[in-house]
Ligand binder design. Sequence first.
Ligand code: ES4
Ligand code: ZN
Length: 324
Amino acid sequence: AEYDAFAARIPKISLHLHLTGSVAPDTVVDLARKHDVPLPAGRDVYDVDAHADLDAFLRVYDTVGEVVRDADDFHRVTYETLALAARHNVLYREMFLSPPAHPHTPYPVMLDGVVRGLRDAETDHGVVCRLIVALHRERDADEGRRLVETVIEHRDEHVIGIGLDYAEVNGPPERFRDAFALAGRAGLHRTAHSESGPPANIRTLLDDLGCTRVDHGYHVVTDAAMTARCRDEGVPFTCTPVSSDIGRYSGSGDGTHRRIVEMLDAGLAVTIDSDDPPMFGTDPTHDLRVLGPALGYDPAPLRRMLGHAVDACWLDDTDRAALR
Ligand code: ES4
Ligand code: ZN
């Protein structure tokens, strides 16, 4: 009970959350009606069956992308997810924006709505948010590179980095070398998902794509040399206990969160987030509470992970110091 209260109260820094995956079910229904998009009948928008495998989950994610369309929609969903975050004491978030998930929306329109949403949320709730534009790794490399060009063309101070999302098996990281190099030359920070893939993919992220973080990265602990390197270099891993347990990537769906415990025991810089909160039935407090049994209900690792998130975030050192 003491641990649970601490999980609610501790300040939080959120480094792994997808805007498209954070839309409340009522909002999805509202926006579907607004844009006349049919939703699957006879069941909840976020049915747990949708999570049976990653592809099924990603089709639900794409459905949300269909209904979040105009600038006002983006304002609304950004504001709503940040207002909720503030209630969980999230101080700062770096949030994934997946433009390819929203085929009806030009990038500048999306950016306008999102930036207004995060400004309003900061004014009303004090939560600060910056953006990571995620490239769709199942699409070809050229589309990714063009998205980076678009990001640079519409340069906005709120967009501080790029990422790589969707299914890793269908999009090996080396395919995006040029796109990431272009982003690097433009001064954008870089991260990428590696949830199901081998430690070799983590090496590609660090050595070939210029990533300074790894999203998930559970298989690092299957390679002793890679684990030692990442510990020595302080490479941050943004882990998502709820979504990755459901997907059987960080555990066996049994709440032991085996991989995350191994990563912590190996001295790796682990941070914790929700991935797609309503889709996986979680929130920033719940993410920490589900780790309770795995951590022996000890609050000390929660403090350590907060420290890792402060180190891992892409704020400049003055703004970073304000979070300590
Ligand atoms: C995602 Cl691979 C993956 N996992 C969870 N959420 C996502 N959104 C886009 N790609
Ligand atoms: Zn993710």
